[in-house]
Design a protein around this ligand. Structure first.
Ligand SMILES: *[C@@H]1O[C@H](CO)[C@@H](O)[C@H](O)[C@H]1NC(C)=O
Ligand SMILES: *[C@@H]1O[C@H](CO)[C@@H](O)[C@H](O)[C@H]1NC(C)=O
Ligand SMILES: *[C@@H]1O[C@H](CO)[C@@H](O)[C@H](O)[C@H]1NC(C)=O
Ligand SMILES: *[C@@H]1O[C@H](CO)[C@@H](O)[C@H](O)[C@H]1NC(C)=O
Ligand SMILES: *[C@@H]1O[C@H](CO)[C@@H](O)[C@H](O)[C@H]1NC(C)=O
Ligand SMILES: [Cu+2]
Length: 772
């Protein structure tokens, strides 16, 4: 995630306030006010599946437009203390509705409904975020409005943060356009003569969002923070970039630190300038140094063909003009989708999905052959912590749910992002009393791997089973970086969660002798910046119900003597099973010598073994990473979940999320402080939640220019049945072949028998003739 998105999203937030097109009473879909790139026509996708219905209504389903209108009408007509201005007429100095989403029902009430203890489905409530702009200290807070639809019993309640009793709101440290952009840009304009001399350019005017001058300069910002009552921010000068929007590759080595405390610009100050390893205490001091003889100037970092994606050079590989192999889906999809209830069924798997602006897609009630596996599986937060020797790279960290990992989901490209035959689904976001349909933000497809699920050759036969799996995919484009999240379902009952990253890296102005400590030189004046990606997910496993135990099974070296070793102690190895008793954090172990299995100690398979699901690092680039260092000043207490690989806690209705999108501006006192979830409770045969991290230690190199490649940035976790069934469950659904090998019987050769299991498709396939 980059600073550039700050510009975009805050700017778009400002725009929504200033250029509102909808009121509570006149909702308009498809408002195209701000950044929601749409594809040009010419990327057709297949029609949707229909005639399939979920067994029950989706209890986590997103608010509908009519529900949102209902809530807005309530907020604007029933007396309350919010002093709301209709978003259509609001400025940032008013109070207005910033966003609305479903307040997902507590698990306890969902469970009692599903188990028939309560007759009525859990009531629907909305969660409403309010921008409080009338006070001197601008802040956000949240309210619950329900039950819905609005009746005489509908009420409004403040959202409580159970572990943070004293907190009910989060400061907005850049409350208006002036502090956000106009004033910092005016500071940059005051040194136009210096930037012209040092960088060969001057700052853009700061108000243009579209059509800015690509050769001019922009400021990118670290998140502001509070220190001794002051609101502080470091800004970095970068080139806008020639159309490619590669600003994060174009830092110029000039930085300014600002104090924008209070809403009165009279109180604002330039604190420091930083250039070429020197910190200046004022603009005057910086200017004097620049004028003085012997002031050392660094070369600017220019944009050019090096930042473009397409290779139009003459040294291309000619074979790329021929078609590459592509997958087809000969008889249509084999999954079933209920779009209305957001429910999917495939090869024994069933699950519901729900969307949220902060976190994207979450799966609910995941079952395999009607047996419970997970209550909930979804992303919580995506952080990136950088390191470097300048005031930007040296401390910048991003908590991307602030920008919205769901809000940042844009249209996927059929045939490129997902197979052309994939099914595409839309999402809708609601903010500032406006709805916006985001088209084709989710894709769903079956795919057959290039490697079989199973194979074996004996003297008499060969068997091979195809490995077909189902993928639910979204991509969140948070500024410079694209995070693709896949939920993958395998025929044996395994579920994989995989994150891949692409896009422009964010790097440093290259300083010889310094940049090497934190990255690699990747262009004339540009070095990569090492950073940690840690992406937190919640997996509320309910393996055969809510009574589960996390069993750690260690593969241990030991020495043992056996009767047959005639008294000699033999170095060997064995298994040590330890149930995890207390809530804790865990790491993947060296040499993968520990297995973590969530099981139900009271359910056994035919062989008397406890039925469970194993959690293991998946098919990414090695083991998923956690944060390299503790104590980041930028992250404060906002991301303690990032310090270990996975955590196990007891499920609590009031421990719904490991993070809040509003953590970013008050990291020392975050709305949700995950560390409070670890309070020493016993977790044997309890309702367990696994919080796990994906991500990697990203040390970009020349191959990350122009964009990071996804096979070098993937990380994944697999939840896999472990003694869950009596034998491999994929036998019932896999497709394959058994070839009886010709047997020489005296003088005759028996004819080979071919036995297909599952459908065998051959039409249109070109088999290469092999001469013997
Ligand atoms: C917006 O302001 C105008 C002029 O004051 C007023 O007529 C209109 O009712 C307001 N709209 C809403 C939705 O409050
Ligand atoms: C209500 O909001 C308006 C601005 O929208 C503000 O002028 C007024 O002071 C606020 N009233 C209260 C009681 O805060
Ligand atoms: C700048 O301020 C720091 C303390 O913040 C001080 O140590 C340093 O001497 C000052 N530099 C100049 C040139 O005044
Ligand atoms: C996991 O690793 C981190 C350091 O990276 C360490 O602080 C923590 O104690 C480890 N956790 C366990 C359970 O070993
Ligand atoms: C991280 O540091 C804080 C204090 O700064 C400490 O309380 C906490 O236990 C540390 N966590 C880990 C996992 O080392
Ligand atoms: Cu990265």
């Amino acid at each position: 995630m980059s600073v550039r998105i700050l510009l975009r999203l805050w700017a778009s937030a400002l725009l929504t306030v200033l250029v509102i097109i909808i009121t509570a009473f006149f909702f308009l879909s498809d408002g195209q006010v701000f950044f929601a790139p749409r594809l040009p026509p010419g990327f057709p996708s297949i029609p949707t599946t229909s005639g399939f219905a979920a067994p029950r209504d989706n209890l986590w389903k997103d608010l509908s437009e009519s529900e949102v209108i209902n809530v807005l009408q309530y907020l604007h007509t029933v007396p309350n203390t919010l002093n709301l201005t209709a978003a259509l007429n609001a400025t940032l100095r008013d109070n207005f509705v910033q966003g609305i989403q479903l307040a997902r029902p507590p698990k306890t009430s969902v469970q009692s409904f599903i188990h028939g203890t309560t007759k009525a489905a859990p009531p629907r409530w909305a969660r409403v975020a309010i921008h409080h702009g009338t006070s001197d200290e601008v802040y956000w807070d949240e309210y619950l409005v329900g039950p819905l639809p609005v009746t005489s019993v509908t009420e409004i309640q403040p959202v409580k943060y159970p572990h943070r009793h004293h907190l009910d709101h989060a400061r907005n440290l850049v409350p208006d356009a002036l502090s956000f952009k106009k004033w910092p840009y005016s500071v940059a304009r005051e040194v136009a003569d210096i930037t012209q001399d040092l960088l060969g350019s001057t700052i853009n005017d700061g108000e243009e969002l579209f059509g800015l001058d690509h050769d001019k300069l922009e400021l990118s910002f670290r998140d502001p923070w509070m220190e001794d009552g002051h609101i502080l921010r470091w800004c970095s000068f970068q080139r806008a970039g020639t159309k490619a929007e590669a600003g994060t590759l174009l830092p110029q080595g000039l930085y300014v630190k600002l104090d924008t405390t209070t809403r009165n610009p009279d109180n604002w100050k330039v604190l420091h300038w930083y250039y070429n390893g020197r910190l200046y205490n004022s603009s005057e001091e910086f200017r004097a140094a620049w004028r003085s003889p012997g002031f050392e100037k660094l070369p600017p970092n220019y944009d050019g063909a090096w930042t473009t994606i397409e290779d139009f050079s003459t040294t291309q590989e000619p074979s790329r003009e021929k078609s590459a192999p592509i997958m087809i889906q000969p008889e249509g999809p084999r999954y079933h989708v209920d779009r209305e209830q957001q429910y999917i069924s495939w090869m024994g798997f069933t699950f519901y999905w729900a969307f949220a602006q902060a976190t994207g897609i979450t799966l609910f009630d995941v079952r395999f052959r009607d047996e419970q596996i997970m209550y909930e599986l979804g992303l919580q937060e995506a952080l990136a912590q950088y390191a470097g020797n300048d005031p930007m790279q040296g401390a910048v960290a991003y908590l991307d749910s602030f920008f919205g990992m769901g809000r940042a989901m844009f249209e996927l490209v059929p045939g490129y992002d997902c197979p052309a035959y994939a099914e595409f689904l839309d999402t809708i976001i609601y903010d500032a009393e406006r709805s916006q349909r985001r088209h084709k933000t989710i894709c769903l497809f079956e795919y057959t791997a290039d490697y079989p699920l199973q194979r074996h050759t004996t003297s008499f036969y060969v068997t091979v089973s195809r490995n077909t799996y189902l993928v639910l995919r979204t991509t969140a484009v948070v500024g410079n970086y694209d995070y693709t999240v896949d939920y993958i379902f395998y025929l044996d009952g395994s579920i994989e969660v995989k994150v891949r990253a692409s896009g422009y890296i964010q790097g440093a102005y290259y300083i010889p002798g310094e940049s090497e400590k934190y990255g690699y030189r990747v262009h004339d004046q540009f070095a990569s910046s090492m950073h940690d990606h840690v992406i937190n997910f919640k997996a509320d496993l309910d393996v055969l119900g809510t009574s589960n135990t996390l069993m750690k099974v260690d593969v241990e070296p030991w020495t043992e003597s056996f009767p047959w070793s005639e008294g000699e102690a033999l170095p060997t190895m064995g298994l040590r099973r330890t149930p995890i008793e207390i809530e804790c954090g865990l790491n993947w172990t060296a040499n993968s010598q520990s297995m973590y299995i969530v099981l139900d100690t009271e359910s056994t398979n035919a062989w008397g073994e406890m039925r469970g699901y194993r959690i293991m690092p998946g098919s990414g680039m090695g083991t998923p990473a956690h944060l390299t260092f503790n104590g980041s000043r930028t992250l404060g207490k906002a991301a303690s979940w990032a310090l270990e690989d996975l955590w196990v806690t007891r499920q609590k209705d009031d421990e719904e999320r490991s993070a809040s999108p509003r953590n970013a501006f008050n990291t020392d006192s975050p709305m949700v402080d995950f560390s409070h979830y670890l309070d020493g409770e016993n977790i044997e045969q309890q309702d367990l939640v696994i919080w796990f991290n994906l991500g990697n230690h990203h040390v970009p190199h020349s191959g990350d220019i122009p964009n990071t490649l996804q096979h070098t940035s993937a990380s994944s976790i697999i939840f896999s049945p472990f003694n869950f069934h009596d034998r491999d469950a994929s036998r019932a659904s896999s497709q394959g072949v058994r070839l009886e090998l010709p047997v020489r019987n005296r003088d005759t050769l028996s004819s080979a028998l071919i036995n297909y299991f599952g459908h065998h498709h051959q039409k249109g396939l070109l088999l290469r003739e092999v001469s013997r």
